[in-house]
Design a protein around this ligand. Structure first.
Ligand code: BGC
Length: 500
């Protein structure tokens, strides 16, 4: 049986190689039109290091990794990470060499406001991000700034974090400090990165998870309206939030599986997208009815999914300038019969079975298998569901082993870019840019430094944290500089690449 699985795996891998080679022959030039943006991304806690220098406050990730190193597979933390705090010039030079024209990074809230509250601004934090932003602009790289990529100030974490409704106000105060200090230079904003990922951490009892989502959505809407009313005329710019969306494919043609997959999409992407990007606004109707109904059956006096006021619905509806999506992989979704005595959890509210197919190629991260066609379907779903909004892909990528030879990463990017190209030029999806995750290897949350996502390798054993471009960096440089996918991936194979 084991051998059989291996054989199937290899056959599948071989057939995918030959079909993409065939594609290359048939369609020799796959190009993106002028103006299409190629970028790379990171986030503050994952790369900056310097966790306690020059007035920076403690974040919940500092506290968690220090008190519970056992929660991280290699017992590591982001204390030093890639030392990006000290390497602005070197890193921007590497980006310049990559030929990219957008860098997505996040601001560490406790680096700017040590407690999270705006009564005390840490000037060194402002200096650091100004230095980074200036260096990017000087090199013609557009800074794309995410205000929140999970490193909540510890002090606010102790106040209940995102389950506390006042967090929305504190986030507005923080956003104001960011807009006041960087608004004249940064033109591309994201309030949040993947609320789904951090709100799910509050899952038990299926209550806090929705409270988190509710407060994050309110916070986004409030910041967007503040930006629109008080800043946009003076500083211009565009704002969104980055939402994660693994494609969710029905297991069969049956009505039940189709409904299961769509329900799952609405509970993952629609949860945050519907209130902002849909015409009617508010939570997806299916989410509203399922959680209301389940809460009642489970004996709750009120729905576990909070209600927006009519004013909040209006504030959120249309609070976007573009749609930012993070996409890595695909899951199959199967209908699951409803049980009346299920525990109140977010997953039981969705109530579906999900899995990834054995024959899909693996990456070095669990549950992140390679399924490029899912990306095309997803972009089409977004087009249909939200009337073809302007989409910026803010994350896509895969992990590999350490080492400079990463042909698997090259094929991943190539296949996903081809799928995206088809979505754009055959299906009419309005995608304006693609951002690879990640610029550098970095601290991959619970997986520590064991999963490498970088186009550029970081040698964590060297005191200098030496950066070395991988083969994929060379590939991505060609793509970013020419706007076209190379005809022959073999040109980027180990022997033919000179790594600088
Ligand atoms: C997150 C990143 C993370 C990446 C790879 C995304 O969901 O935004 O912080 O490193 O996935 O797992």
């Amino acid at each position: 049986m084991y051998l059989y699985i291996i054989a199937v795996f290899y056959l599948a891998a071989l057939s995918s190689v030959s079909s993409s080679e065939l594609d290359n022959e048939v369609n020799s030039k796959v190009c993106f039109k002028d103006g299409f943006v190629f970028g790379v991304a990171t986030s503050a806690y994952q790369v900056e290091g310097a966790w306690n220098v020059s007035g920076k406050g403690e974040s919940v990730w500092d506290r968690l990794t220090h008190e519970h190193p056992e929660y991280i597979v290699d017992h590591s933390n982001g204390d030093i990470a890639d030392g990006c705090y000290y390497k602005v010039k070197e890193d921007v030079r590497l980006m310049k060499e990559l030929g990219i024209n957008l860098y997505r990074f996040s601001v560490s809230w406790p680096r700017i406001l040590p407690s999270g509250l705006s009564f005390k601004v840490n000037e060194d934090g402002i200096r650091y991000y100004n230095e980074l932003i200036d260096e990017l602009i000087h090199n013609n790289i557009t800074p794309a700034l995410t205000m929140y990529h999970w490193d909540l100030p510890q002090y606010l974490g102790e106040m209940g974090g995102w389950t506390n409704p006042l967090m929305a106000d504190y986030f507005v105060d923080y956003a104001r400090v960011i807009l006041d200090n960087f608004g004249s230079k940064v033109k591309l904003w994201m309030t949040f990165n993947e609320p789904l990922s951090f709100c799910r951490q509050y899952d038990p009892y299926g209550t806090k998870v929705y409270l988190c989502g509710h407060n994050v959505l309110r916070a986004h809407g409030m910041v967007f309206r503040m930006f629109e009313n008080e800043y946009r005329d003076k500083i211009g710019g565009e704002m969104s939030l980055a939402l994660s969306f693994p494609w969710l494919e029905p297991y069969s043609e049956s009505k039940e599986d189709q409904v299961a997959a769509e329900t799952n999409r609405q509970f993952t992407f629609g949860w945050f997208a519907n209130p902002i990007f849909s015409e009617v606004g508010d939570y997806p109707a299916i989410m509203r009815s399922v959680v209301d109904e389940n809460s009642k059956q489970q004996g709750f006096a009120r729905s576990r999914l909070p209600y927006f006021t009519p004013q909040e619905v209006e504030m959120l509806r249309g609070s976007w300038d573009y749609l930012a999506v993070n996409h890595y992989t695909t899951f199959m979704v199967k209908h699951r019969p409803k049980k009346n005595d299920s525990e109140p959890t977010y997953s039981n509210d969705i109530n579906v079975e999900t899995y990834q197919k054995d024959e899909w190629p693996k990456t070095n991260s669990s549950m992140k298998k390679v399924v490029p066609w899912g990306f095309r379907k997803e972009l089409n779903w977004i087009k249909l569901t939200y009337k073809n909004p302007k989409v910026l892909v803010t994350e896509n990528g895969r992990s590999t082993q350490p080492g400079l030879s990463d042909t698997d990463r090259i094929s991943y990017i190539d296949e996903y870019l081809r799928a995206m190209h088809s979505a754009m030029y055959e299906d009419g999806c309005n995608v304006v840019g693609y951002t690879y995750w990640s610029f550098l290897d970095n601290f991959e949350w619970g997986s520590g430094y064991s999963e490498r996502f970088g186009l550029i390798e970081v040698d964590y054993k060297s005191p200098n944290l030496t950066r070395t471009p991988r083969q994929s960096a060379k590939y991505f440089t060609t793509v970013a500089k020419t706007g076209c996918l190379p005809d022959n991936l073999a040109d980027y194979s180990y022997n033919t690449v000179t790594v600088v």
